[in-house]
Design a protein around this ligand. Structure first.
Ligand code: IMP
Length: 200
């Protein structure tokens, strides 16, 4: 039996990645995009932001729905841009991050990770569940690649082993094998499969 889930996001790239992953991995699922104005709070964790954002979305949609908050974390910058990633992307962009990283020449100082937190609301169970995923890597020395969005051109994942490509040099297909988003979505998928007693 086909069933629908709405992904509340204005970001077409995020939606395409999630659709590719979830429709392939949950039999009968149709992922739909819910666009709208979902206010964000400034909070200390991705989970707090995701939980807040989904409240507005549940007022606009009575179906199964999830929302994501994600960010790029750079330990040598004390986790910056982290929960501020979307504003920092608009204000400083990839070039600004590269500038901040100029004094850090060694790869161990250029470590970084992407993290995503998805918050799901299914009216049948009437509860909010969160799922997170992370991918470790390093900040490149220059922007490379045209695919993807956000900080993709400056992030080089540690996987697959020996990888030298930025996320923006990978196809969506390659990115969803390892990304923070698909790792969070994998947990969300396991939960849905179990809730609906679907074959895994
Ligand atoms: P938000 O989850 O929409 O608030 O997005 C946070 C910001 O983090 C985005 O605007 C991007 O700049 C960045 N970001 C989150 N996930 C990714 C990704 O998969 N690739 C590149 N940038 C990302």
């Amino acid at each position: 039996m086909p069933f629908e889930i709405f992904f509340a996001t204005g970001n077409k790239n995020k939606f395409d990645e999630a659709k590719l992953y979830l429709e392939r991995n949950i039999r009968g699922l149709i992922l739909k995009q819910l666009t709208g104005d979902f206010p964000e709070i400034q909070a200390g964790t991705l989970e707090e932001v995701a939980r807040f954002k989904i409240l507005a979305a549940t007022k606009q949609c009575t179906g199964n729905i999830f929302m994501e908050d994600a960010g790029l974390f750079i330990p040598v910058l004390n986790g910056f841009p982290g929960v501020y990633s979307s504003q920092v992307k608009k204000m400083l962009d990839c070039k600004g991050i590269l500038k901040l990283m100029e004094e850090y020449k060694s790869l161990d100082k250029r470590e970084a990770y992407f993290e995503a937190c998805d918050c799901l609301f299914m009216p049948a169970s009437n509860e909010f569940k969160t799922f997170s995923g992370r991918i470790d890597g390093t900040i490149a020395f220059e922007e490379r690649g045209k695919n993807g969005f956000g900080f993709d051109p400056i992030f080089v994942a540690n996987e697959p082993r020996g990888n030298k490509k930025t996320f923006a040099e990978m196809t969506n297909e390659d990115k969803i094998q390892i990304s923070h988003r698909s790792r969070a979505l994998q947990k969300l998928k396991d939960f849905i499969v179990q809730q609906r007693k679907l074959p895994a």
